[in-house]
Ligand binder design. Structure first.
Ligand code: PEP
Ligand code: MG
Length: 571
């Protein structure tokens, strides 16, 4: 059986499925008969034991990958799970009130968490999140939901309704051959993360998939075309085994670009940079030949943990990135959470329209206790390399001024404390709302650079939710409105004498390259996987030839016309 989804991350994989079921939060409060009590208590103890093992394994993994300090976050949970008071409260809920084990866990954990919530001390408040996390884990085990947090004992293709960035961050990704999700789109963060890790993914594959696939079903996942085959016949398997060989050969052919500077046909140097969400991604960008980091999505430092990273923790990360990149630029984007990047421990209320809601710079300007330590950490790290700072989700001059005001306050604080930083750090903004484009001339006077965020710019301009697979075919960077907005941003930036880059996924689209080059884009920043291909395409164009095509492309009236034209002129 063949299913068509959206190509989320390139590459092809053949392997066995592991289905991650959605967490069941709605545990029924049910009672059991007297004769089942002992059995239910056994189940509870087994689940607690299993949860403890999982936590220890995660702790070990994290310690290996990011060091002991982060790993220690899990110590609190490991200790709590053994707490005699908690265990006796759980047992008595089952024995005396005849609750089923999952129902007992749900009620007791909520009571304990509530006690922590009510405490004044920040440290104890955070324990409420820890204990809820334990509760979720134990309930998942009791209900036999496949545990996404556990170690994987063999290579698998992960099949899920949707995968949040934090769920992916907890997976043992070395064993993941591919991802397939029912929901999602090319610019949803699941796809972006999969691309940064070089794992093939098909997203938005629809309802049929989860209905038909079972654990251990054989799958072919083609992240290049978006096709997924369930229980393929031998003929199809042979075709795909061949395709895997061809894809590998293509990657080997492009490997020359890891050490070759990006240049146009007429020798113009263009910065081809990579987007990262953590230090591991940085190595992938370098391996693929990225010459700078055009976007460090720092929100991934905040996701998948139980409390906000401290200034010191952040400083260590920014310093490492700065040192590793040396004189090459690293653009650190300040926290851009909200919408599909949820940080549960901040306890933000649910919103009807999260993409239009309390997110990005709006949240940071409101919560300076979160924003300031981040700016301090970035500034302190400027001593170790070539860092720039960038504010996301800007839609007005006031926001830029306020953000710069806070930035200057932090500078003064550092001066008072005699802490050193690079006085001349560049300040930029993401241009990712239509409002920012329309006032780009005004904003350009305030900053040193623009980086066009097409992922959001497209959704806000075309009114198409970037994560909604039902309308994925309406979401396109080829829409003439988008092309005009891009051109306008570059023109206004250049008029004001600042450089203009792009860090949305569009920067990695080889078909649009002549348009972007011709429009004068100074920097292209993308998922690591796209870097070699873009460098190769750049070598085929002179700026002059590209400019001619850009002018022709701007005259086209529909997505279809643009698409056909780009295919025709592709080199
Ligand atoms: C964008 O919106 O284009 C962008 C690069 O930011 P993010 O994908 O993190 O929203
Ligand atoms: Mg964005």
């Amino acid at each position: 059986m063949k299913m068509q989804g959206i190509p989320g991350s390139p590459g092809i994989a053949i392997g066995k499925a592991l289905i991650l079921k959605k967490e069941k939060n709605d545990v029924k409060i049910e009672t059991i008969s007297q004769d089942k009590i002992d059995n239910e208590i056994d189940k509870l103890h087994n689940a607690l034991e299993k949860a403890k093992k999982q936590l220890k394994a995660i702790r070990e993994n994290i310690e290996k990958e990011v060091g002991d300090e982060k790993a220690r976050i899990f110590d609190a949970q490991i200790m709590m799970i053994d707490d005699p008071e908690l265990i006796s409260a759980l047992e008595s809920k089952i024995k005396e009130e005849r609750f089923s084990a999952p129902a007992a866990v749900k009620q007791v954990i909520e009571r304990f968490a509530g006690m922590f919530d009510a405490m004044e001390d920040e440290y104890f408040k955070m324990r409420g999140t820890d204990i809820r996390d334990i509760g979720k884990r134990v309930i998942n085990i009791l209900l036999d939901n496949n545990e996404i947090f556990g170690e994987l004992d063999k290579e698998v293709i992960i099949v899920a309704e949707d995968l949040t960035p934090s769920a992916i961050a907890q997976l043992d990704t070395k064993k993941v051959l591919a991802f397939v999700t029912k929901d999602g789109s090319r610019t949803s963060h699941t796809s972006i993360i999969a691309r940064s890790m070089g794992i093939p993914a098909v997203v938005g594959s629809g309802e049929a998939l989860l209905d038909k696939v079972e654990d251990n079903s054989l799958l072919i996942v083609d992240g290049n075309s978006g096709e997924v085959y369930l229980d393929p016949d031998n003929n199809t398997l042979e075709i795909y085994e061949q395709k895997i060989i061809e894809y590998k050969t293509e990657l080997e052919r492009l490997a020359v670009y890891s050490n070759k500077k990006a240049k146009t046909k007429d020798g113009l140097a263009i910065e081809v940079a990579g987007n990262i969400g953590n230090i591991d991604d940085l190595e992938t960008v370098l391996a693929k030949g990225g010459e700078a980091i055009g976007l460090f999505r720092t929100e991934f430092l905040y996701i998948n943990r139980s409390k906000i990273p401290t200034e010191e923790e952040q400083f260590e990360v920014y310093k490492k990135v700065a040192e590793r990149m040396g004189k090459n630029r690293v653009v650190i984007r300040t926290l851009d959470i909200g919408a599909d990047k949820d940080v549960p421990y901040l306890g933000l209320p649910k919103e009807m329209n999260p993409f239009l809601g309390y997110r990005g710079i709006r949240l940071c300007l409101d919560k300076t206790d979160i924003f300031k330590p981040q700016i301090r950490a970035i500034l302190r790290a400027t001593k170790y390399g070539n860092l720039s700072i960038m504010f996301p989700m800007i839609s007005s001059l006031e926001e830029v001024k306020q953000a710069k005001g806070i930035f200057n306050e932090v500078k003064m604080e550092l001066d008072n404390e005699n802490l050193e930083y690079n006085e001349n750090i560049e300040i930029g903004i993401m241009v990712e709302t239509p409002a920012a484009v329309m006032i780009a001339d005004i904003l350009a006077e305030e900053v040193d650079f623009f980086s066009i965020g097409t992922n959001d710019l497209i959704q806000y301009t075309l009114a198409v939710d970037r994560t909604n697979e039902k309308i994925a075919d309406l979401y396109s960077s080829y829409h003439p409105a988008i092309l005009r907005l891009i051109k306008k941003t570059i023109d206004e930036g250049h008029k004001a004498g600042i450089w203009v880059g792009m860090c949305g996924e569009t920067a990695g689209d080889e078909f649009l390259l002549p348009f972007l080059l011709g429009a004068g884009l100074d920097e292209f920043s993308m998922s690591a996987i796209s870097i070699p291909k873009i460098k190769e395409s750049l070598e085929k164009w002179t700026r002059e030839d590209a400019e001619k095509e850009m002018k022709n492309i701007l005259k086209l009236k529909t997505i279809e016309e643009v698409k056909n034209y780009l295919q025709k002129v592709r080199r």
